[in-house]
Design a protein around this ligand. Structure first.
Ligand SMILES: Nc1ncnc2c1ncn2[C@@H]1O[C@H](COP(=O)(O)OP(=O)(O)OP(=O)(O)O)[C@@H](O)[C@H]1O
Ligand SMILES: [Mg+2]
Length: 334
């Protein structure tokens, strides 16, 4: 067509997945091609299209016959020591995605009911059940996720809804532990060295919005306000004291997890969520296309924002509750 210039396909590799080598137009960048990939996939008659950088001015366009994440991942291996990352899942290229317990900060996990949040947490917590130098505690109004965890030398876990004030007491107790640890940070360190004396503490807040609703409804002695203050302090100062908060919510609404709290989380995961707004809350850079696709994601498929990597689609392992409780109980109290 005269006057119309288009990117040029210069090579086609017919192995699976079919890969087109495309020369971009001057000034065009990869992001110019990633806006509407689901329409392109439909037009090409494939399950999905992915665009990957190739070399300057060129991209590879992959035509995927099936969703690369349509395979269930079994229970991952235990994490042998603190230095080893926790396996979060595998990305579309089959690469393992891990999170470092030593350098990482906090995590927010959101997703609609049945989208795979609990299974993901069973996987993460199961991996560290027998890791020396790691403790798990927190607040769990569902009384399921943290039920198998023994109460050791740290406050918590607080379980169920019969005693809402117990959740506040646990989180305020953890703030006190954080303050105690901050005072122990050696003069030449900016954070407390972690190990047997000072284990990394995973503070899990399962169904955190539900807990806030419960506390606001009870509203005795400003419990809602107190727990928000405690969580804000753990998020702001916990990292250097070895406390890592994991917030779990069906939707990381601004009213529940403010911009400040979101900013403190190094890892943000969204399983299926129903709206672009919910997704953008944790991943401001998600394209409308990625957001649209994700509203129908299968259980266990999540989008991850983490330091030093682009927005990544991953599949989390599938771990059922029985396997999880058995893993924790057989690890004992260490
Ligand atoms: N990684 C996964 N791979 C395959 N299937 C999964 C995966 N995660 C979850 N599922 C399936 O989805 C179901 C719901 O998952 P899960 O209980 O983890 O959801 P949830 O987000 O915690 O929901 P709720 O908000 O209701 O607690 C599981 O029973 C399982 O069948
Ligand atoms: Mg759940």
């Amino acid at each position: 067509m005269p006057g119309l210039s288009l990117p040029v396909v210069t090579h086609v590799d017919l192995r699976t997945p079919t890969t087109l080598t495309v020369r971009l137009l001057p000034g065009q960048i990869l992001a110019d091609l990633t806006g509407d990939l689901s329409r392109l996939a439909e037009g090409m008659g494939v399950a999905a299209v992915r665009v990957r950088p190739f070399r300057h001015g060129w991209v590879h366009v992959l035509l995927l016959p099936a969703d690369p994440l349509a395979v269930t991942i079994p229970h991952p291996r235990p994490v042998p020591d603190l230095e080893r990352g926790v396996y979060l899942g595998k990305d579309e290229d089959g690469k393992s995605i891990t999170a470092d317990l030593v350098t990482g900060a906090h995590m927010i996990v959101q997703g609609a009911t049945g989208s795979g949040k609990s299974s993901f947490l069973y996987s993460v917590l199961g991996q560290v059940a027998s890791t020396p130098g790691v403790r798990v505690t927190g607040s769990d109004p569902t009384g399921l996720l943290l039920a198998p965890w023994p109460s050791l030398e740290l406050p918590g876990p607080a379980l169920g809804t019969s005693d809402p004030a117990a959740h506040v007491a646990v989180l305020e107790g953890l703030v006190a532990e954080m303050d105690r640890r901050v005072a122990l940070i050696p003069a030449d360190h900016d954070s407390l060295p972690l190990g047997a004396d000072h284990p990394a503490v995973l503070v899990v807040l399962e169904e955190y919005p539900g807990l806030l609703r419960l506390l606001d409804a009870v509203d005795s002695k400003g419990l809602g306000k107190r727990i928000r203050a405690a969580v804000a302090r753990l998020l702001a100062e916990g990292r250097k004291a070895g406390l890592r908060v994991i917030i779990v919510a069906q939707r990381a609404d601004a009213s529940i997890i403010g911009g400040y709290e979101r900013g403190q989380a190094s890892h943000r995961l969204s399983f299926r969520v129903d709206s672009v707004d919910a997704l953008r809350m944790l991943h401001p850079n998600a394209t409308p296309d990625a957001a649209g696709d994700h509203s129908t994601a299968l259980p266990g498929i999540a989008l991850l924002s983490a330091p030093g990597m682009p927005l990544t689609r991953l599949r989390a392992p599938h771990v059922d509750y029985r396997t999880y409780t058995k893993t924790i109980r057989s690890a004992g109290t260490r």
